[in-house]
Design a protein around this ligand. Structure first.
Ligand SMILES: NC(=O)c1ccc[n+]([C@@H]2O[C@H](COP(=O)([O-])OP(=O)(O)OC[C@H]3O[C@@H](n4cnc5c(N)ncnc54)[C@H](OP(=O)(O)O)[C@@H]3O)[C@@H](O)[C@H]2O)c1
Length: 299
């Protein structure tokens, strides 16, 4: 099903992006995270352009990262050529944003459009962009904001390998990248890692509450819970063993962890989490279908 679980951010992501100018449509949270990652990994700010309607956001991007930011695509000189375009607006803003970039997209028929807009499929994005054919999709997650993200990436079968490589290199500026070979798997990626930080925060909330009810002060409970989740993730990442083996290793018979795991099993917590992830995937598909229906009734 999935292919590569790939490299972290590195030296402007190797040669793939060398000399390539990137346009971001939307300069919000995710775009800012990606731009910061690209600049920190060595891409010259002069290679990055942003279209962002909010003046304060444009100013902040210019101040923080030194990139050129314009209020709309029409303000960008027609001589500017882009080697990748990243659509980084909210899904409900995508149709208008792409519509406003029609001229620019027409001037860039061979430039890959990388969409991080949740729930918008390749076919729908092609329609929204009046037939642009070079489209790939990605699903990042919020740890991308601190360079510790993971993104799912889908490129259609007929996408040139170069498009996939460019998207991969851009996404790698905010963390790891996992490629999937079917578009519907983006719904599963959304459910596992897109929404996933919320499941980890939920676990942290519960551990903090339990720590406080066991007599710890709030700060100590928070530190113990968060550092434990972080340490467990780092240990699992550093180990060749699967999580169930690592768990068994800290679960001595009749010990404290065994007492806790018995309650988790009795309450069927694992089954509950699996059901929750399936619900997220189903909702992701529903949102895609709703976006398709909305676009069909608008056109
Ligand atoms: N944040 C996440 O953790 C996360 C994770 C996975 C996927 N995503 C996806 O990433 C996408 C972006 O999320 P985000 O959190 O970065 O959103 P965001 O902070 O709201 O950023 C979107 C930006 O695009 C601007 N914009 C609106 N219309 C535009 C147009 N016509 N042309 C150019 N820019 C326009 C928005 O301006 P206004 O403020 O005026 O609206 C806003 O500054 C979403 O589709 C989201 O589903 C986000």
């Amino acid at each position: 099903m999935t292919a590569s679980a790939d490299s972290p951010a590195s030296s402007a992501s190797g040669n793939t992006l060398a000399g390539r100018h990137i346009l971001f449509i939307g300069g919000g949270n995710m775009a800012t995270a990606m731009i910061s990652g690209l600049v920190e990994s060595g891409m010259p700010a002069t290679q990055i352009t942003v279209v962002e309607p909010v003046a304060a956001a444009r100013q902040s991007l210019a101040d923080k990262n030194g990139v050129a930011a314009f209020p709309d695509a029409a303000s960008i000189g027609e001589d500017r050529q882009f080697g990748a375009i990243v659509l980084a607006v909210k899904p409900q803003q995508a149709a208008a944003a792409l519509n406003a970039c029609q001229g620019l997209l027409r001037r860039h028929p061979d430039t890959v459009l990388i969409s991080i807009a949740a729930g918008l499929g390749v076919e729908l994005l092609a329609r929204m962009s009046s037939g642009h054919r070079r489209i790939v999709r990605a699903m990042p997650n919020t740890p991308s904001l601190i360079g510790a993200g993971i993104s799912g990436l889908f490129a259609p079968d007929d996408a040139p390998p170069g498009d996939r490589a460019i998207a991969h290199a851009i996404l790698a500026s905010t963390g790891q990248v996992v490629s999937v070979d079917r578009e519907d798997l983006i719904d599963t990626v959304t459910a596992v890692s897109g929404s996933g930080p919320a499941y980890a925060f939920y676990l942290m909330e519960a551990m903090i509450e339990a720590g406080i009810s066991g007599g710890l002060d709030a700060a100590a409970a928070r530190e113990l819970a968060l550092q434990t989740v972080k340490g467990a993730a780092l240990l699992a990442l550093a180990s060749d063993e699967p999580p169930e083996v690592l768990r068994a290793r800290v679960t001595s018979p009749a010990g404290t962890t065994a007492a806790a795991v018995a309650v988790l099993e009795q309450r069927q917590v694992k089954a509950g989490i699996c059901e929750a992830v399936r619900a997220a995937a189903a909702r992701s598909k529903e949102l895609s279908d709703e976006a398709k229906a909305a676009q069909a009734s608008a056109s």
